[in-house]
Write a protein that binds this ligand. Structure first.
Ligand code: ADP
Ligand code: MG
Length: 371
């Protein structure tokens, strides 16, 4: 029975979103510049980017609180641009979309159904059910002031989804929570999305949160979409240095590619078979956790090996981070999980060390850091 219900609800509760050529300016500031983005039905899409990149503006366009200067927005096949927010059928959860402090949990969650004038029995059942979903069953009569930060977020989430929206919009919903609770809520939100199945758009500036939760991530920069990809592809195959740097720890080494051959100084780099680096000047992306420590018995065949000096070794709990200074003066870092014997792989400070990057993980990008 439950399974049947879940299947039915998953299939009815999603709509694709089509954003086409959306622009919005504030005076001379182009907050959104000709943004186009198709979000699939039931997809968890994250808008990721630094502060001021246009994430909130785009979400507000979806919600209907901002009318763009140009462009089209479709939910399914229906054009939405002229529709007011309350006719768009979306659920919303914003950092500043506070609960009503003078109402109890029930009244807060019931609110979207009350304004839709649903019958009392239906409201009671829906509130009880959504409290199960956010794992706070029986909390109907609690006062908002009696809840912890995490419980308040769950009630805000319950209120956002109680009317079974086909689309859920969230703007930095977890940013007020401390790290542990935030990580727990990320997993819960992801689980809830899998159970309920609505198309979900999350705004965050936290790349790890984006990687944890999303099917796909759209990275915004200066009001434009810099790259859209599945989380893993964005991390492993960033198109530019900006994306590589934004998505996680990375060092960059300057390389030049001529006629398909990529050189770092006078060292010819092995790339994945079939891969070609962009012609001309580029940057090799060096992610610390992808680097191997090359011992005398190490098979170097498939690796690009860099010889250097161990400049510093940092203990960071679950892992350690080594800084390796290359003869060229550049420094790359190498991260190793700490297990029995791992630390002894590193020589003493000031001694020689060789580190290797597998050719399948050797990724060259355009340099756009200074743009
Ligand atoms: P984000 O959510 O990624 O931090 P926003 O969408 O809030 O970015 O803002 C994008 C750009 O538009 C920023 O440069 C911001 O200063 C500007 N902006 C946003 N809202 C307004 C407004 N109401 N008036 C003027 N400028 C605004
Ligand atoms: Mg914002």
């Amino acid at each position: 029975m439950d399974q049947v219900n879940n299947l039915t609800s998953a299939s009815v509760q999603a709509l694709p979103i089509g954003i086409a050529n959306v622009s919005k300016s504030y005076g001379a500031v182009g907050a959104l510049k000709n943004v186009s983005l198709d979000i699939r039905s039931g997809e968890f899409m994250t808008l990721l980017g630094p502060s001021g990149s246009g994430k909130t503006t785009l979400l507000m366009v979806l919600a209907g609180f901002i009318r763009p200067d140009h462009g089209s927005l479709k939910f399914g096949s229906e054009e939405m641009i002229l529709k007011p927010p309350h006719q768009r059928g979306v659920g919303m959860m914003f950092q500043n979309y506070a609960l009503f402090p003078h109402m109890n949990v029930f009244a807060n969650i019931a609110y979207p159904l009350k304004i839709r004038k649903r019958p009392k029995a239906e409201i009671d059942a829906a509130v009880a059910q959504v409290l199960e979903t956010v794992q706070l069953p029986g909390y109907q009569n609690r006062r908002i002031s009696e809840l912890s930060g995490g419980q308040k977020q769950r009630i805000a989430l319950a209120r956002a989804v109680v009317a079974k929206p086909k689309i859920l919009l969230m703007d930095e919903p977890l940013s007020a929570l401390d790290k542990n609770l935030r990580e727990q809520m990320q997993i819960e939100l992801r689980g809830m999305h899998e159970r309920l199945g609505m198309t979900t758009v999350l705004v965050t500036h936290d790349q790890r949160e984006a990687l944890t939760m999303s099917d796909r991530i759209a990275v915004l920069r200066g009001g434009e979409i810099a790259q859209i990809d599945a989380a893993e592809d964005l991390y492993n195959a960033p198109k530019t240095a900006f994306i590589a740097e934004f998505m996680g720890e990375s060092d960059f080494l300057p390389v030049t590619t001529t006629q398909g051959q990529t050189l770092y100084r006078d060292m010819s780099l092995k790339l994945a078979s079939g891969a070609v680096a962009p012609e001309g000047d580029g940057l090799l992306v060096v992610r610390p956790e992808k680097m191997e420590i090359v011992t005398p018995s190490f098979d170097r065949t498939a690796f690009n090996v860099f010889d250097g000096i161990l400049e510093r070794l940092l203990f960071q709990g679950e892992s350690c981070l080594a800084f390796v200074r290359l003869p060229t003066g550049e420094t790359i870092s190498v991260r190793r999980n700490l297990r029995e014997g791992t630390k002894s792989l590193f020589p003493a400070r000031g001694e020689s060390i060789s580190v290797g990057l597998h050719m399948n993980e050797t990724h060259v990008v355009n340099s756009d850091l200074g743009r």
